[in-house]
Design a protein around this ligand. Structure first.
Ligand code: HEM
Length: 420
């Protein structure tokens, strides 16, 4: 294959204002013509093929720790799983499972299902079209973290405000003054979580993590900070992104209604594949590295473009379409290799319970109002708003029971497959 010098002029660069709204044509060209591409505009390497991204995420020549430092332009990042590699990373990740692993999920599953119903009950009571991003996604993400942290109801708003303020750290192109505010919010969030940990219920997932002696207090707070900044906004936005694809397709919703709660989880995978909330992740090469699609020298900044890999036609038939029951679905929305999202199961089950409730309780739900617009942020991929009219509600008692029953633990086999 001949190497291309750059994107053809008619395609918007993925980081340009137009490309941030619709990066897919550029991704498609890069994947087809130069899947391991040195981008002249940023000096970074953009890796867009599925095979290349999968290999990169597993290869220790690509450092996540250095990638995070470069991405955030911050040498003072708190220690966490994403700011470490190798044995340091393994040491932090093992106790992190007390917060986000199968047993933690089992202990909060029923409460999260009840939270999802309460959200929808509130929306019904208000009786007006709602913004699914702000009124479903954000409170679901807050509820999930509040349940993991054993946070009382009256502190959810504080958590949500701090999570929102600290989340500007996700966007690598946030202007310096915004990034400074984000770092200040991160400090406040850490102090809030530190104080809360002193009086946490020892039986909730955070209580069990806090009682574990493998991490220092600072390391534990670093892991909590990562869960909030890496989890709150991506989960919140994933709900809007999913409904954007799901609501205009009544045939898919009818199929989901007929197929039950497990099917909702299969659909969540496909919805994350199509609109990955974290479209790329950063690495730095520690030495010369060889990928199927090309070679990258040592000391280079590299982006694994997960959103491009997720639409690679070599792996996904009809990659731009929603095939809700696609199986297998080896998407990379949760990353891969040693840093594979520790909360993937939690995210899939929480997302599935909310989407399952919506398709069962509100079969007529539609997107209302003007065409939704994509925000110009790079991370997360998100809509500025998603006005939704839920329509008439149908009887739901059976749905609630089934949802709680099915929001259980199914082991980690699927996750290990994705990491292998
Ligand atoms: C739709 C929502 C989410 C998406 C798309 C997502 C995606 C990702 C991705 C792509 C990575 C890998 C980053 C890398 O390799 O550089 C990751 C890692 C991680 N995620 Fe998530 N995530 C989501 C929600 C969450 C939530 C809710 C939490 C916690 C409550 C969480 C906790 C973590 C942690 C701790 C890691 C680091 C794992 C490690 O380095 O070993 N994520 N996530």
């Amino acid at each position: 294959m001949t190497k291309a010098a750059g994107l053809p002029a008619h395609l918007a660069h993925p980081f340009s204002p137009a490309g941030r709204i619709d990066p897919y044509p550029a991704y498609e060209w890069l994947r087809a013509h130069d899947p391991v591409h040195r981008d002249p505009m940023t000096g970074m390497w953009l890796v867009t093929g599925h095979a290349d991204c999968t290999a990169l995420l597993k290869d220790p020549a690509f450092s996540a720790a250095s990638g995070q430092r470069e991405r955030s332009r911050d040498d003072e990042l708190p220690v966490s799983m994403l700011t470490t590699d190798g044995v340091d990373h393994t040491r932090l990740r093992a106790p992190g499972a007390l917060l986000l692993g199968p047993a933690a999920l089992a202990s909060v599953a029923g409460a999260i299902a009840a939270d999802a119903d309460a959200l929808l009950d509130r929306a019904v009571k208000r009786g007006v079209p709602l913004d699914a991003v702000e009124e479903l996604g954000a409170p679901l993400a807050t509820a999930v973290l509040a349940r993991l942290f054993g946070l009382p109801e009256e502190q959810r708003e504080t958590l949500s405000a701090l999570a929102r303020a600290a989340s500007v750290n996700l966007d690598p192109l946030a202007p310096p003054h915004i990034a400074r505010l984000g770092r200040a919010a991160m400090g406040e969030l850490t102090r809030f979580l530190d104080a809360h940990t002193d009086r946490v219920d020892p039986h909730c997932p955070l209580g069990r993590l806090a009682a574990d002696t493998r991490l220092t207090r600072q390391e534990m707070l670093g892991v909590l900070g990562l869960a909030v900044v890496g989890g709150w906004q991506p989960l919140a936005e994933a709900v809007g992104n999913a409904l954007y694809w799901l609501l205009p397709r009544p045939g898919v919703r009818a199929a989901l209604r007929a197929a039950g709660q497990d099917a909702a989880e299969t659909a969540v995978d496909e919805l994350l594949r199509l609109e990955a909330p974290i479209p790329f992740t950063a690495r730095v090469t520690l030495r010369d590295a060889e990928l199927p699609g090309g070679r990258i020298p040592a000391g280079q900044r590299v982006l694994a473009v997960l959103a491009a890999a997720n639409r690679d036609p070599a792996v996904f038939a009809d990659p731009g379409s929603l095939v809700w029951d696609r199986r297998p679905n080896p998407h990379l929305a949760f990353g891969g290799g040693p840093h594979f999202c520790l909360a993937a199961r939690l995210v899939k089950q929480s997302g599935a319970v909310l989407l399952g409730r919506i398709v069962h309780r509100f079969p007529e739900a539609v997107i209302s109002g003007p065409d939704p617009r994509w925000a110009p942020s790079l991370i997360p991929r998100r809509l500025t708003a998603l006005p939704v009219d839920l329509g008439a509600e149908v009887g739901d008692a059976g749905v609630r029971d089934a949802g709680v029953r099915n929001l259980g633990v199914r082991g980690t086999a699927g996750l290990e497959d994705a990491r292998a």
